[in-house]
Design a binder for this molecule. Structure first.
Ligand SMILES: Nc1ncnc2c1ncn2[C@@H]1O[C@H](COP(=O)(O)OP(=O)(O)OP(=O)(O)O)[C@@H](O)[C@H]1O
Ligand SMILES: CC(C)(CO)[C@@H](O)C(=O)[O-]
Ligand code: BAL
Length: 293
């Protein structure tokens, strides 16, 4: 079984002996673990001698009226799952342990990259992610940290954070783990009714369709707007409420800028990315696609 720590000082003390000789991997989570999380831990195991999983429902990344209070907290079940994939330490702090004052007077703002996509409807979300991830990096001081591609914008922001603040940490990204019908696994999937759960895989099907259309389209540009419009219509008529459905470069730049730079017909990596509500659940998904323009 993993050793559980709830206090920063005790975790630091426990990790001290490993620092000089062994490689430490960090897997930050909000708990209520599923196979997507366990895959991150398996990946961590491959890259490190010591694996630390953090479980913390971070208040600073939730906006007013969001599901902070109702977010599922299942520590005992999570620890039992983590034991099956080789976790050494679980760090599960209280909010008081992480923040002496809420909101914390210090902020980490990642700039323009946060103004788009999820940042448009969750304007304070990524500042909250920035501060908690910075704190976890400072507490654990890992050699590597693993994040899932399901939260693609978050992953891009964390890579930028590591560059900008010179953290000596290698960021490893893990592919999206899906249910058999294609729905990306997420703790919030349990908010879906059984009727909604049957509809939910349509989101992934639409991303697949858009990716295929992109690969087939000879003239990128205007066509993309039309493809997105048609896709939005189908998603909305299935019962979703769309936050965004966009096609961007893999670096999350606007596609026009990205394609304009593509003067030598080199293949371009694009991302089709969506956030949509189905009932009480806000679902995220994305698909990387390489196109030849
Ligand atoms: N299906 C998945 N495949 C790969 N990584 C995932 C998946 N789901 C979550 N992750 C990753 O796990 C880490 C912790 O995420 P988190 O605890 O928020 O899980 P979640 O299931 O995404 O929950 P939520 O429903 O709150 O978004 C993040 O790096 C996230 O990208
Ligand atoms: C990275 C993270 C654990 C920070 O709270 C969270 O945003 C998440 O679960 O993706
Ligand atoms: N993985 C996303 C965390 C959040 O929605 O707060």
């Amino acid at each position: 079984m993993p050793t559980i720590h709830h206090h920063i000082a005790y975790l630091r003390e426990a990790l001290k002996p490993y620092r000089s000789q062994q490689c430490i991997a960090l897997v930050p989570t909000m708990g209520n673990l599923h196979d997507g999380h366990l895959e991150l831990v398996r990946l961590a195991r491959q890259h490190a001698d010591i694996v630390v999983v953090t479980i913390f429902v971070n208040p600073t990344q939730f906006g007013v009226g969001e599901d902070f209070d109702s977010y599922p907290r299942t520590l005992d079940a999570d620890v039992a799952k983590l034991a099956t994939v080789g976790t050494d330490y679980v760090f599960a702090p209280t909010s008081d342990e992480m923040y002496s004052v809420l909101p914390p007077p210090t902020s980490i703002h990642a700039g323009a990259i946060t103004d788009q996509l999820c940042g448009q409807t969750r304007p304070t979300h990524f500042d909250g992610v920035g501060i908690v991830v910075s704190k976890l990096f400072n507490i654990v001081q890992p050699d590597t940290a693993i994040f899932g591609q399901k939260d693609y914008q978050q992953l891009a922001i964390i890579k930028q954070l590591v560059r900008d603040l010179s953290y000596p940490i290698e960021i490893i990204s893990a592919p999206i783990v899906r249910a058999i019908d294609g729905l990306a696994l997420s703790s919030r999937n349990q908010y879906l009714s059984s009727a909604e759960r049957n509809i939910a895989p349509l989101l992934q099907q639409e991303l697949q369709r858009l990716a295929k259309q992109l690969k087939n389209s000879e003239h990128l540009g205007l066509d993309i707007e039309i493809l997105i419009k048609q896709s939005r219509k189908r998603i909305i008529s299935a019962g979703f409420n769309i936050d965004y459905l966009e096609i961007k470069t893999a670096q999350l730049e606007p596609i026009t800028a990205g394609l304009a730079k593509n003067t030598n017909n080199a293949p371009q990596d694009l991302i089709v990315i969506v956030a949509a509500w189905l009932g009480r659940a806000r679902l995220l998904d994305n698909l990387l696609v390489t196109v030849h323009s």
